[in-house]
Structures are given as C-alpha cells and as structure tokens.
Design a protein. Structure first.
Ligand code: NAP
Length: 264
C-alpha cells in the first residue's frame, strides 16, 4: 500500500521489506540514517527495541513504550513515533464515532492494546476498562499508563466486565483472538445500541467478533482501516503528502480481494 501511494504521487521511492535478526538492528538503523532513506517502519517484535537506536522519540510513542515508524531528518537524525494510536483514532473518526466523554473497553494487554488505551484517553475517554486473559498484564498496563487517565484492569468475563461493556461507547478487541484462533474475543450482548465494536484483527476481515457485532446491528470496524490510516499518517511524515488512504485501501483490495467488504 505504501508503494501504491509512492507511485500515485510520483515519489521516486520504494517501501522495502527487510526481515532482520535482532543482531542486525544496530546496522539497520545506521543504514537508515543515510540520505537515501525517508524513514522506516518497524513491527513486532522490534517495536520496543527500536527505541534504543533513535535520536528522538515523540511523547506519544514514549508513553506507549513502542515505536512503529520513524522519519529521517536532513542531518541523519532519526525521529521515532507511533502511528498505531493515531491510526486507530483516525479509523474511529472515519466511522463518525468519538471516544470523548464516555467509558471504553479494551480487551487485551499487549503492545497494540497499549497504543489503543493511550489513544482512547488522549481522545478524552472518561475511563478505560482493560480486560485480559492474564490479569497481571492488564494491571501492569493500567499502572504504567495511569498518569494519562483512569484505567481499570479486569478479567475477560464476569459482572465487572459486563457493567463496563454496558456503559462503553467503544469496545475494542486488541487480542489475537479471531486471527490465530477462531473464538469470539468478547460477548457483544451487554453493549449499548450506540456502541462501536472495533476489532484490530484484519485477517480474516470477518472475525467471529465482527460477525456477532454485525448480527446485533452494532457499528463495526475491523483492523484494516486502522492499518490503512496508520500507513497514511507515516506516509505523510515521510513525504509531506496526505490523503492517501483511498489509494492504500484500493492497493490492499487489489492485493487480496478477500479484504474488500462486499467480497465477504
Ligand atoms: P501481543 O502483544 O502478542 O498481545 C496479544 C494479546 O492477545 C494479549 O493480551 C494476550 O493475552 C491475548 N491473547 C492471545 N491469545 C488469546 C486467547 N486465546 N484468549 C484470550 N486472549 C488471548 O499482540 P499485539 O501486538 O498487541 O497485537 C494484538 C492484535 O492486534 C493482533 O491481532 C494484531 O494483528 C493486531 N494489530 C492490528 C493493528 C492494525 O493496524 N489493525 C496494529 C497492531 C496490532 P495474554 O496477555 O493473556 O497472553
């Protein structure tokens, strides 16, 4: 999708996939400082480790504790930032929804959940209930982001979770459930009728959660729009060119027709 945006905007650049070992990280970031680089993207498992090799880490990324993109300055300095959080919020906005002034629920306590919880609080959510299979990880997340707002850790099921769901404006699946396993990430029945169900998973695009929320008539967004929006934000930081989401979406649909909603 990045290459489609480069081509459509006449930018002479290529987005290249580099599988690297952890021993190669230092040399990778040394190379990324050279003039032919606009910037870089980094994904699991290097979103934390990358931070040690950068000159500046923007406040959002530093609060989240992970960098997923960066831009090279003219002097070769590398600035790291996190577009998962801003991409998530941009996708929520594109659905005509807002997190402001209402509680939210996030299921999961890994790297993506951290970005989403931070984003929800940044967007003015009243509180975030973080439920996770391993409750200690939910407690750790709540503690480490506590200066940004009210975060309540809890289990995946039970009355506390049902209460939190009942008042949530947005309920997010930030686990791998639906991608690596075919289960339902959470029960959508306790949600109010105006709630948005946001599944970070995008392969497959129609997870059991997406199907259950759609069957209940709720607003639903899968992870594809967040993937596109975070890519659009990074692209703008590298090139100064915005509004590439439509080009990126079309490129993804062309790459895998199954991702197109009407194909499901
Ligand atoms: P991660 O750090 O490995 O965290 C995985 C989370 O899933 C943990 O909370 C884990 O719970 C939970 N989990 C795994 N298997 C489970 C199960 N069987 N039942 C209940 N919970 C389970 O992964 P991540 O990087 O945060 O990514 C999470 C998801 O977000 C992935 O599907 C990823 O593809 C997606 N994502 C999407 C975007 C996007 O742009 N759309 C961006 C980033 C990530 P425990 O703590 O108990 O192990």
């Amino acid at each position: 999708m990045q290459n489609a945006a480069f081509a459509a905007n006449g930018v002479d650049a290529v987005y290249e996939l580099r599988p690297i070992e952890s021993s190669e990280i230092e040399s990778f970031f040394a190379e990324a400082r050279s003039p032919e680089f606009l910037g870089f993207g980094v994904t699991a498992p290097y979103k934390q480790l990358a931070m040690r090799h950068l000159d500046v880490i923007e406040p959002g990324a530093s609060a989240i504790g992970a960098v997923n993109n960066g831009v090279r300055q003219d002097d070769g300095a590398l600035i790291g930032f996190n577009t998962d959080a801003s991409g998530f919020l941009s996708a929520v906005e594109a659905m005509g929804k807002s997190a402001a002034g209402r509680p939210a629920v996030v299921v999961g306590a890994g790297g993506a959940a951290r970005a989403v919880v931070w984003a929800l609080l940044d967007a003015g959510a009243e509180s975030v209930f973080v439920s996770n299979r391993t409750i200690e990880r939910a407690r750790d997340l709540a503690e480490s982001l506590s200066s940004h707002g009210e975060i309540v850790p809890g289990p995946l099921t039970g009355p506390e979770m049902a209460r939190a769901m009942g008042s949530a404006s947005i309920a997010v699946n930030a686990t791998t459930v639906g991608m690596t396993t075919d289960g339902l990430a959470f029960d959508v029945r306790p949600l109010g009728e105006d709630a948005l169900v946001f599944d970070l998973v995008y392969v497959p695009p129609d997870t059991p959660l997406v199907r259950a929320a759609t069957a209940r008539g709720l607003a639903v967004c899968n992870g594809l729009e967040m993937l596109i929006r975070q890519g659009e934000i990074a692209f703008e930081r590298w090139t100064g060119i915005g509004s590439t989401a439509d080009i990126m979406r079309d490129a993804l649909y062309e790459w895998d027709p199954q991702l197109r909603p009407e194909e499901n």
